[in-house]
Design a protein around this ligand. Structure first.
Ligand code: ZN
Length: 113
């Protein structure tokens, strides 16, 4: 792991949440988290998705990689080509369906126009 990535607390917190989801929680743990955070399970899943997106985008950006492993909201394929970073986030194109995809600083993935 590159030291730059390791020292980025924001990135590592995103990674920690994404990894916890990848390892998997029991239904009791999910229920406990939802009660503790006053969230619906769907909201918890959305937070896990956003954490994963922030980790994947941040890691790719820090390493200067041109591809981001985030699912396309149009075709659900798992790799997007990064074309630009601007103040509003990241602009990407899906190599599978050609969709224009936006990822904002909060990890929200949306289809562009
Ligand atoms: Zn696509």
């Amino acid at each position: 792991m590159s030291d730059v990535i390791w020292r980025d607390t924001y990135l590592q917190l995103s990674r920690l949440i994404a990894e916890i989801n990848a390892v998997g929680l029991t239904s009791d743990q999910i229920q406990g988290l939802c009660e503790s955070m006053d969230l619906h399970p769907d909201d918890l899943n959305e937070l896990f998705e956003r954490a994963n997106t922030l980790w994947e985008v941040g890691k790719s950006n820090t390493l200067g990689e041109s591809q981001v492993h985030v699912n396309c909201p149009n075709c659900d394929e798992g790799v997007l080509d990064q074309t630009a970073v601007n103040d509003d986030g990241y602009e990407l194109t899906c190599p599978n369906c050609g969709a224009y995809v936006l990822i904002d600083d909060n990890g929200f993935v949306t289809l562009g126009e």
